[in-house]
Design a protein around this ligand. Sequence first.
Ligand SMILES: [Zn+2]
Ligand SMILES: [Zn+2]
Length: 374
Amino acid sequence: MPSLIGIGNPSNGTSGRLIGDDMSSGAFCIVCGDPPPLTSDRLCETCLRARVSLSTMPERIQQDRCSKCGFFEIRGRWTDMDGDDLADLRIRENLLVEDRSKNVDVSFAVEEIDERTCRLHVDVVGMVENHDFSDTHSVLLQTSNAVCPTCTRKAGSYFEAVMQLRSAGRRLKDDELESLRSTLDEMLSSMEPDPMFFISEEGKVTGGWDLKLGSKAMARRWARDLVRKFGGTVKETSTVIGANDGIEVSRLTLSYRKPAYGIGDAINFRGSLWLVESWQKEGPILRKMKMFERAGFSWRDMESSSVACSYSEQHVVGILNRDSSAVEVMDPVDFRVVTVALPYDDDGNSEDIRIGFIEDEWLAIPVVGKGGSN
Ligand SMILES: [Zn+2]
Ligand SMILES: [Zn+2]
């Protein structure tokens, strides 16, 4: 056994040298016959470079831009993209890199020629079969005018749903309309862009605001947001407007009714003062102002309620003096010192207090009424 090892070692070394000799004497470039070093497919470096390029790219790239909204067509979708991001994407789409390459690095510069044309200067470096390669491409990126499907629909006044913003039993005030309407922009900016989520038309109507929307999904989603934020109800009606290839085409009308009161408002209800605390599907949750009591009521129950002092009319004032049952504060309207009875949830050491002018006097508002969304 030891002798085998003894024999094995030198013979291994010998055979290694022998194979090496074989290669140098026997292998050659299959194109020009040059000796090694050779690539894995038996080419010398010169013949490899003559046959292989690191990358290829077309001389011209054509892209479409919507002439109305300015979005670019990218893989079948229309997207708001520009400048280097867009150039980067077009290069990725059009640059073909040799399969065997490694450590490839692409850099580029954009040279603007005019409104619709720019030249991309692209530098590519990398390795093929352990040889350094580099390429440069000068590519014309040309932009054609088009109209995206969304703008086509908008231009044709297309809409699938009507959204009506109203209030229960009164007109919506301008600032209320503004805060309701702003939640649509919030929704659109917080979600993945959807080409059907567009506003075809909108405007003021008696008592509220109407919008024609690109899709039913958009109307329903927004209605859910409105109810979550401002309470209220949504009435849904569907109208058949025709048929397309035998399929009925309908239009949805959503009528959103904002309650007359908001979170944090003090309201008169069933002979007591309450604060609106939060919304449920069926109606608001109220808290009594005088003592701890919390209960949910239906929208119908609430029809007999009235706002005594809205959250925006309440004031937070500093406490000048306090005793066990009342505090002295400065009247925020005429700056005289007035006495206000402590709220039931007073903690005995807070430095300010929320008050509202209700039925001819300043009343303390318990802390639970905090955090309105008006
Ligand atoms: Zn060769
Ligand atoms: Zn467009």
